[in-house]
Design a protein around this ligand. Structure first.
Ligand code: KG4
Ligand code: ZN
Length: 358
């Protein structure tokens, strides 16, 4: 079975072709994975500008889909289905992607799957590592910070969320406060390499509390204060702030995930795997802290390659394939800029920059 995936929910225009056997649990193959990033278009504004994003998707979607087909050496008539992100995300981009997918599905008479972008992230570990249900997912990106229990395709329980800023947003804001360019995550990580994490005792919000939720806005305020109080904000001072910030974040994540693992064990009485996804999952300190937590707990650790942790269309094609194999009927409800993966989870104040995007 061959699926075309299309992703346009934020600032990447992406298309991919994924092939899998029609039996469950058979290994899949990514035949092409084309991603056109708009980061440079948005960088001067310090964040994603919706109008610029929509226009850029419109200008490039056709070429990106063609390229994905050419590299995969296939054609629209040979694919078995199309999967497209229909939410959550920025409305303009979602419209461009879903209109394209609907058009292809109608003209070539192929099944269409409208996919929740977060489901794409949640199921990536099955595409890359054949992860078996149930497992825990830490999704940390510019728009979302969540711990999810992934029980099966379409079965997700949100165990935790940020109650204010998304973690990627906290990295980006920290970078901005220190005069580092956007996107800030990689800049903060690089600066932290030369810094001393003990120079600033930044808060570890909600750490040790009897909740799995997270909060990062207090940490951001502490960074601002440290930057203002520094008499000479040179490279070395910036590095110390970045290192102290990154260590505080890692402490919080380790604490929350240790609790989530405990909660999982009381429910299932056995270990499973922790999967990470989202741009922040590229951070080496966070990765190594969580990996050693898994080793200590006898848990599996799944960190898909960076290109599949950040936004891509292979994860969308894969989610469509999984749904198709299970014969889950698709309900096309149009675009859904807000679309929680766990419909039963209560919404928390401000769970991310764009409020809806991972
Ligand atoms: O999943 P993603 O690529 O897309 C969106 O959220 O749209 O995540 C981007 C976020 C940005 O906030 C970026 O600063 C952060 O991921 N990020 C990182 C690192 N690389 C990217 N944060 C910390 N350390 C990194 N190495
Ligand atoms: Zn995402």
């Amino acid at each position: 079975m061959i699926f075309l995936g299309i992703e346009t929910s934020c600032d990447e225009t992406a298309a991919a072709i994924v092939r899998a056997d029609d039996q469950d649990n058979a290994p899949a193959e990514i035949l092409s994975n084309i991603i056109l990033s708009q980061t440079e278009d948005h960088a001067p504004f310090g964040g994603v500008v919706p109008e610029i994003a929509a226009r850029a998707h419109l200008n490039s979607i056709e070429g990106i889909v063609k390229k994905a087909l050419i590299i995969a050496k296939t054609s629209l008539k040979d694919i078995d289905g199309i999967a497209v992100t229909s939410g959550p995300g920025l409305a303009g981009g979602l419209i461009v992607g879903t209109m394209m997918a609907r058009g292809i599905a109608a003209v070539h008479n192929k099944p269409l799957y409208t996919i929740n972008h977060l489901e794409g992230h949640a199921l990536t570990a099955r595409l890359t590592n054949n992860a078996s249900f149930p497992y825990l997912l830490l999704l940390v990106s510019g728009g979302h910070t969540q711990i999810l229990l992934v029980r099966g395709v379409g079965e997700y329980e949100r165990w935790a969320t940020t109650i204010d800023d998304a973690l990627g947003e906290a990295f980006d804001k920290t970078a901005k406060l220190l005069g580092l360019p956007y996107p800030g995550g990689p800049q903060v990580e690089t600066a932290a390499l030369n810094g001393n994490p003990k120079v600033h005792q930044f808060p570890r919000p909600l750490k040790g509390r009897d909740t799995l939720d997270m909060s990062f806005s207090g940490l951001k305020t502490a960074v601002r204060k440290a930057a203002q109080e520094s008499d000479n904000l040179n490279n070395s001072a910036i590095s110390d702030i970045c290192a102290s910030f990154q260590t505080a974040v890692s402490d919080v994540l380790e604490d929350r995930l240790a609790r989530a693992i405990e909660k999982f064990t009381t429910l299932y009485d056995r270990p499973s795997a922790l999967v990470v996804a989202g741009g922040v999952a590229a951070n080496s300190e966070i990765r190594s802290r969580l990996q050693s937590l898994c080793e200590k707990s006898g848990w599996g650790w799944v960190a898909p390659p960076h290109i599949l942790c950040t936004d891509n269309a292979a994860m969308i094609a894969w989610a469509g394939l999984e749904r198709h194999r299970l014969q889950i009927p698709n309900i096309d409800e149009g675009i859904k800029p807000r679309w929680p993966l766990d419909q039963n989870a209560t919404s928390k104040i401000g769970s991310g920059r764009k409020g809806a995007k991972a």
